[in-house]
Design a binder for this molecule. Structure first.
Ligand code: M6R
Length: 604
């Protein structure tokens, strides 16, 4: 995944481009570059971090008032300066930045080589630049329109030409691209976050559309090349929401934003008299007559799906399944018009998740999306959308989106149970209303303990997360958090599975987190933990029942408040998120941007 940015106006483009790229950093990158037009196209690019690019351009008085920029997560070739974008056409008159993957890049490149073009990089953006040059007659827009017709895959591109130095051409398919509307200046970016300092009025480019963007005008064209009305929208998020707000890292800030995220996710959907107000978002017809529910997602969102499945299985007699989206899309999909597909994605742009959803849609399934981004592809393509109101999530490790997803799933499960069986679990609903304050309490009570305890993890190479029943699902999320940020190998296991193999790895000093929040399974998990302790494992217990004696089963016990057992995952995950955060910090690693990972995986 990459980030693209563009500016056209009366001011020098450089500051906007650099600041915008900074805002897109979270998407992950290993090279960066900008191109401005000032009598000619001037390209500055480098492998490595944005700071390297800043060093190259900081002393340059770049006056060009139009420009494009890029942070690249290289998909073709190595992360070198040559492969960095912007890329130029062979005559140097056209500059291109791109996000996504052009699946037929190699084939197009062979055709261009045969036609006499030569290449200086392995970048797909260079292929696009040459194709535009090849298609160019006198109109840049037409040349781009002709070019995108032959591109296969997902892309968002921005094109700047020395022959048309007043305009940027934008085009996209599947990868996100937003146009920002300013006064005597206009902008574009892969993500609205890069624009919020400048404007809240945006147009989200749709697949197949092209736009010609000048400083005071935006012309929009559909796939067939016909001009379209530009219907802009207003983005409510403000810049403060996407900044660190005094926290050292976005991950810590976002962990602390969970009470708010859950509160806002349940607000207006659950009134003070205990009534559920979901019928507008999830029309009763969407669930009427369903005989199967399937959940799909990736990563953390998949763990939330497991929770949704667990809840719905408590209430319904129909089959409820959960599958990784990347597997679902290539398995034999058993969905039809009586299947409700519930698709979870923080970003709403995860390629595998969208791909899987489309497969199920082709089979006739009805789709309910749960996403954090209203303008996302997922939100647009689903039959119904339930938004998580977690606010923008910047850290690669998902935290507040997860708890907001669990809250949404709780509401959805109760609603579906009401629609299909006429039964509402009032106890669960009442309990859900208390969750924001209870997360706050967990943060307050646990953070100092976990911060201290995390020192034990600084030298650990492995950690095991044990739980039973619903606690096992939370354990899966706990191990992912630790693994992705601290690079410590994490593994989640149902407590009863230990003795079937993994116990061989338990030795003195091995770190274990034991989740013990479920009263009915307490004796069982405690005896599993005692077996671990007897072999020298060091155990952090996350428990709910304060009257129980945990002293023989762990080294440290953290208590979450007493809640309905089905709500415990929204609380028990918090100490595990903090453990991942403080371990990563203690190891001096890049908390918000772990190596090899990006925030939103928009390619397969
Ligand atoms: O945007 P999505 O929720 O679709 O993203 C899915 C996963 O890529 C994401 O949850 C990933 O696993 C996170 N890094 C986990 O913290």
């Amino acid at each position: 995944m990459s980030g693209v940015i563009g500016y056209v106006g009366n001011k020098a483009a450089k500051p906007f481009l650099l600041q915008g790229l900074n805002k897109l950093e979270y998407r992950g990158y290993d090279s960066a570059g900008i191109c401005e037009f000032d009598d000619q196209l001037n390209v500055y690019k480098t492998k490595g971090r944005l700071s390297e690019l800043n060093k190259i351009v900081e002393d340059k008085d770049l006056k060009g008032t139009i420009g494009i920029g890029h942070t690249a997560w290289v998909t073709h070739g190595a992360p070198t300066t040559e492969n960095a974008e912007p890329q130029l056409s062979s005559d140097g008159s056209i500059a291109v930045v791109s996000d996504g993957i052009i699946e037929n890049a190699q084939q197009l490149k062979s055709q261009l080589l045969e036609a006499g073009y030569s290449f200086t990089s392995e970048s797909a953006a260079e292929v696009i630049a040459h194709l535009i040059e090849n298609n160019y007659q006198a109109d840049l827009l037409q040349a781009v329109q002709a070019t995108v017709k032959v591109l296969q895959g997902s892309y968002a591109i921005l094109v700047l030409s020395a022959k048309h130095p007043q305009e940027i051409i934008a085009a996209k398919s599947e990868s996100p691209l937003v146009i920002g509307i300013g006064s005597n200046e206009n902008y574009c970016a892969s993500d609205v976050q890069a624009l919020l300092d400048y404007t809240r009025e945006v147009y989200i480019l749709q697949d197949g559309e092209c736009a010609r963007i000048t400083k005071d005008h935006i012309e929009l064209f559909d796939q067939a090349g016909f001009i379209k009305d530009l219907q802009t929208e207003y983005i409510e998020w403000d810049q403060v929401q996407v900044e660190k707000d005094g926290y050292e890292h976005f991950m810590l800030k976002e962990i602390h934003e969970q009470p708010k995220g859950v509160r806002e996710t349940i607000a207006n959907r659950l009134d003070s008299s205990g009534q559920l107000n979901l019928a507008e978002e999830i029309p009763p017809e969407l669930v009427k007559g369903i005989n199967k529910i399937q959940f799909i997602a990736c990563g953390t969102a998949y763990h939330a799906c497991l929770y949704g499945k667990y809840l719905l299985e408590q209430f319904l007699d129909i089959p409820v399944e959960a599958e990784y989206a990347s597997e679902y899309r290539y398995n034999r999909v058993k969905a039809d018009q009586n299947t409700l597909l519930i698709v979870l994605s923080q970003s709403g742009e995860t390629a595998d998740t969208l791909g899987a959803m489309r497969v199920a849609q082709d089979k006739g399934a009805r789709v309910l999306a749960v996403t954090n981004v209203i303008s996302s592809t997922l939100a647009r393509e689903a039959d119904a959308v339930m938004l998580t109101h977690a606010g923008p999530e910047i850290a690669v490790a998902s935290t507040k989106a997860y708890t907001a997803q669990l809250a949404c799933l709780c509401l959805i499960a109760i609603y579906i149970s009401q629609q299909l069986n006429g039964v509402v679990d009032q106890e669960l609903l009442t309990g859900l209303r208390m969750i924001p304050e209870q997360i706050q309490k967990v943060l307050h009570d646990c953070e100092p303990i976990v911060q201290e305890y995390a020192n034990r993890y600084a030298t650990a190479t492995d950690a095991f997360f044990l739980g039973r029943g619903i606690d096992y699902l939370s354990a899966m999320e706990g191990q992912l958090k630790l693994k992705e940020t601290s690079y410590i190998h994490g593994e989640a296991l149902p407590g009863g599975e230990l003795k079937h193999g993994t116990m061989a790895l338990i030795a003195p000093g091995v770190q274990v987190v034991g989740l013990a929040t479920q009263k009915v399974l307490l004796d069982k998990i405690i005896s599993n933990l005692q077996e671990v302790k007897a072999r020298g494992g060091e155990i952090l217990i996350i428990a709910m029942d304060q009257d129980f004696d945990y002293s023989n089963a762990g080294n440290q016990t953290i208590f979450i408040p007493e809640v309905h057992p089905l709500l415990a995952p929204m609380l028990s995950v918090v100490p595990m998120q903090l453990l991942a955060y403080y371990t990563t910090k203690a190891k001096g690693l890049d908390v918000d941007k772990p190596r090899n990972l990006v925030k939103s995986v928009t390619v397969e």
